[in-house]
Design a protein around this ligand. Structure first.
Ligand code: 13P
Length: 253
């Protein structure tokens, strides 16, 4: 059975004290909405990961980083390794987010390496893909996502890929208030699962959680999550308020 997951990507928001307040508010009420078996994850900025890990001790809420470097250590000023993130106690790392591709020149080659290094540390990559607006309008979204998976994910063995969480995030829906309709999300999630099935077999494909991200809010989460191949969400703006984030988690109930 694949996991249901709601992960909050805080991006470059919140100071340490603001972030800790948000964590306290999530912890206080998460049990009411978590139901049976939803994994709830928060992904604060690097500078508060350590404090966040302490604040989350003994809680069901899990911790993710938003990025890491592809090398294990060395002379890479300003960068953070998967080893460091693991040592803090985080279990997940978001890899290949469209903002990193767009603003920080992340390439498919570096994303492929990052996915591998995260797995090699025993952590779970939340691997993001998705098309930009022009590609969607040109009807190219299937081929874009397929190419991304071929270049960034399909170097993994079946055993490795089973440990990856995929987040499909159409770039035109991120922070824009535009959301993929539940049917659009289902259509491309099914396509992603089909590509996984073609490469690794149906059993592996069925075991991988595929999250939707892009203007997912309390008022649309339930319908999106009800779709067969949507296993949860990667939430940006709405993850910055405990009430909204928990209402989204509640979309599974
Ligand atoms: P929004 O929910 O703000 O559209 O962001 C989605 C996202 O990029 C999550 O990683």
């Amino acid at each position: 059975m694949r996991r249901k997951i709601v992960a909050g990507n805080w991006k470059m928001n919140k100071t340490v004290s603001e972030g800790l307040s948000l964590i306290e508010a999530i912890k206080a009420n998460v049990a009411k909405v978590q139901g049976a078996g939803v994994d709830v994850i928060v992904s604060p900025p690097y500078v508060m990961l350590s404090e966040a890990a302490k604040a989350l001790q003994g809680s069901s809420v899990k911790l993710s980083a938003q990025n890491c470097h592809q090398e294990e250590s060395g002379a890479y000023t300003g960068e953070i390794s998967a080893t460091m993130i693991k040592a803090i106690g985080a279990e997940y790392i978001i890899i290949g987010h469209s903002e990193r591709r767009q603003y920080f020149n992340e390439t498919s080659a570096s994303i492929a390496k990052k996915v591998s290094v995260v797995l090699s540390k025993g952590l779970t990559p939340i691997y993001c893909n998705g098309e930009v607006k022009e590609e969607r309008e040109a009807g190219k979204h299937f081929e874009v996502v397929q190419r991304q998976m071929e270049q960034e994910l399909f170097h993994l063995s079946a055993e490795e890929v089973k440990k990856v969480v995929i987040a499909y995030e159409p770039v035109w829906a991120i922070g824009t208030g535009l959301t993929a309709s539940p049917d659009q999300a289902q259509e491309i999630h099914a396509f992603i699962r089909k590509q996984l099935s073609n490469k690794y077999g149906a059993d592996v494909a069925e075991s991988i959680s595929i999250l939707y991200g892009g203007s997912c809010k309390p008022d649309n989460a339930k319908e999106i999550f009800s779709k067969k191949d949507v296993d949860g969400g990667l939430i940006g703006g709405a993850a910055l308020k405990a009430e909204d984030f928990l209402a989204i988690v509640n979309g599974f109930n």
